[in-house]
Design a protein around this ligand. Structure first.
Ligand code: NAI
Length: 468
């Protein structure tokens, strides 16, 4: 094989896990190639996930604020109308701009980019086919970073038009009058918010008795009440039995408390989780080991049962989040370069980008108790925060969970405007093993929403200054 086709590292898949792994490995002096079947790098996150959904969440928030909230501020808007095509176009431009950015970053860091579908021939050789040619590459190490895909329910198979996944729900060309969402997780809530703000009648069906199972039940319930106030309907403990698709609509037969009923919609978004995606990689032929959930089994150093093959991101265990995949990528590259890479999955923050946003890190109170901790908690409602009142963002609450013996922060849940930004300071404190007292003694600028975190930390010790 020609030396130009032989690498220290070949990464398969250029999502946040893969391209970050490639960049880090190149920074550390490895000769790196990356293979991606899509024209644009960036994976699910950039193309059909985090980025386009955030673009739409922002656009619809602007629309909603002008339409509903502006008057409160004395801003009179005579006629507010919506051009969905322009909104979608802006989203596509955001994706395209970032795509060009990633492409340029990766290539300027010295990584060789191959467009095509990769298949493992053995532990060192990869075949790449891209429609016009088929060629082979070789590497000392191969990192699999092919991500995940939406889970399909057997009784609700995707047709891309009336029964859709998030891939299509970010690109509808018409506002559905009635949208049913199956699954009240991150995707269901974010995209439910998008279409509800645009005028759809949104009903979210959730299998469990409450939304957001990562949160403490009282916080999850309070969060649901906020969404209900915004006009979203929830049906909890609800199972979808069958779907009947006609030209006009989808009719779902659902069961709740052993009672059957029907619900119809113009389209149904199925958002019940994602599963690892490794189709066409040839891993079955090589007997790559998987766990009971179909994820590639890896050791602490991301190595698989096959010598020279590692896996990262959504393909393996841990939360299916872009920032977790990035950290996997960095740690894996550093290990490959002889350094000590490690990711602590207990410190990966999660965010739902609704308004208010829902952010969490570490353990909830109930999880901490289950783990055997004696806990003490502090909470502060956003309604008591001056900046929140001044900016009409009083919906939400901050809750901190600490170890009653050591005061170490075990977790936090933040439901607030900009919770995605607020959580970062708690993550940093937890990363350094900080205590609730550390957080309570940290000076927070006034007036900011972040003061609610300090107040929650003070409340852990029963000495909140701005709460009763
Ligand atoms: P999820 O796992 O967050 O939520 C799925 C929800 O569907 C759960 O509440 C579950 O109980 C419910 N469910 C499962 N089966 C059901 C059924 N048959 N009928 C009714 N409800 C059912 O999954 P989601 O929202 O699809 O997201 C997939 C992945 O992508 C997650 O790992 C998520 O964290 C990640 N993601 C993260 C985002 C973010 O960080 N903002 C945004 C979007 C996705």
């Amino acid at each position: 094989m020609k030396s130009e086709n032989i690498f220290d590292l070949l990464v398969i898949g250029a999502g946040p896990g893969g391209y970050v792994c490639a960049i880090r490995a190149a920074q550390l002096g490895l000769k790196v190639g990356i293979i991606e079947k899509n024209k644009r790098l960036g994976g699910t996150c950039l193309n059909v996930g985090c980025i386009p959904s955030k673009a739409l969440l922002h656009s619809t928030e602007v629309y909603h604020q002008i339409k509903v909230d502006a008057q409160t501020h004395g801003v009179e808007c005579e006629k507010v109308s919506l051009d969905l095509a322009t909104m979608m176009n802006r989203k596509d431009k955001v994706v395209s701009q970032l795509g060009k950015g990633v492409q340029s970053l990766v290539s300027k860091k010295g990584v060789k980019i191959y467009e095509g579908t990769a298949e493992l021939l053995d532990n060192r050789k990869v075949q790449v086919s891209n429609g016009s040619e088929i060629f082979e590459l070789e590497a000392k190490e191969i990192v699999l970073a092919t991500g995940s895909k939406p889970i399909e329910l057997p009784n609700l198979p995707f047709d891309g038009k009336k029964i859709i996944s998030s891939d299509q729900a970010i690109a509808l060309d018409k506002i559905p009058e009635r949208l049913v969402v199956v699954g009240a997780g991150a995707i269901g809530l974010e995209l439910g918010c998008v279409w509800s703000r645009l005028g759809s009648e949104v009903t979210i069906l959730e299998f469990l008795p409450e939304i957001c199972s990562q949160l403490d039940p009282e916080i999850a319930k309070a969060t649901r009440k906020i969404f209900e106030k915004q006009g979203i309907t929830f049906q909890l403990s609800t199972k979808v039995e069958t779907a009947k698709v006609t030209k006009k609509e989808v009719s779902l037969s659902i069961t709740k408390d052993n009672q059957n009923s029907n619900i119809s919609a113009d389209c149904v978004l199925v958002a019940v989780g994602r599963e690892p995606f490794a189709k066409g990689l040839g891993i079955e032929r090589l007997n790559l080991a998987k766990d009971e959930k179909g994820r590639v089994k890896v050791n602490q150093d991301f190595s698989t049962n096959l010598d020279g093959i590692r896996a990262i991101g959504d393909l393996i265990h841990g939360p299916m989040l872009a920032h977790k995949a990035e950290e996997d990528g960095v740690a894996c590259a550093e290990i490959l370069a002889g350094q000590a890479g490690h990711v602590d999955y207990s410190l990966v923050p999660g965010v739902i980008y609704s308004d208010p946003e829902v952010a969490n890190i570490g353990m909830s109170e109930s999880q901490a108790k289950k783990e055997g901790f004696l806990t003490k908690c502090g909470a502060f409602p956003m309604a008591g925060n001056g900046r929140a009142i001044a900016t009409c963002s009083t919906d939400g609450v901050v809750k901190l969970v600490a170890d009653a013996k050591t005061d170490r922060i075990l977790g936090a849940q933040i439901v607030a405007h900009s919770a995605s930004e607020l959580i970062a300071s708690v993550v940093a404190h937890m990363e350094y093993g900080g205590s609730a007292e550390d957080l309570a003694r940290t000076i927070h600028a006034h007036p900011t929403l972040s003061e609610s975190i300090k107040e929650a930390a003070l409340s852990v010790d029963g000495r909140g200054l701005h709460s009763l």
